[in-house]
Design a protein around this ligand. Structure first.
Ligand SMILES: [Fe+2]
Ligand SMILES: [Fe+2]
Length: 138
């Protein structure tokens, strides 16, 4: 059963972006499953590294969708990608260095980590796409 509950309000209407976001939720689920199963720090760290790599690839792809890459919104969007990358790397370092986190804490962090960014930035970006968003689930 998935941990990260995907909901319709996260659909941007761009299939490439939505598919990437679904991949990120799967990578989050792998981290949470490992944490809940009590896997060791190295194993959880590897799953966070995978999430980090998926996120970086996604951020690079998504940046190519910015219609006006130099306007204030796009700059803020890219800056938030950097914040997300930094936060996920920090989580990995904390876990690998032995900081104890319970699965609920990791769940709250990762859920907010992705959901808030999609709602605050990606959905706004999608409004600038030429085709009206398809709000059905991908
Ligand atoms: Fe984004
Ligand atoms: Fe995104």
């Amino acid at each position: 059963m998935p941990y990260f509950l995907w909901t319709n309000d996260l659909v941007t209407g761009n299939r490439g972006i939505d598919s990437d976001h679904r991949s990120l939720t799967s990578a989050i689920d792998e981290v949470l499953a490992a944490a809940e199963a009590g896997e060791d720090a190295r194993s959880i760290g590897e799953k966070i590294q995978h999430l980090s790599a998926c996120a970086l690839a996604h951020f690079e792809r998504e940046t190519t969708f910015l219609v006006k890459p130099d306007n204030d919104e796009s700059i803020a969007h890219r800056k938030d990608h950097l914040r997300l990358s930094s936060e996920i790397d920090s989580l990995k370092l904390q876990i690998e260095s032995g900081v104890q986190k319970n699965p609920a804490e990791v769940y709250d962090f990762l859920k907010t980590w992705l959901r808030t960014h999609i709602i605050s930035f990606d959905l706004e970006m999608a409004k600038s796409f030429p085709v009206a968003p398809d709000k059905s689930l991908p």
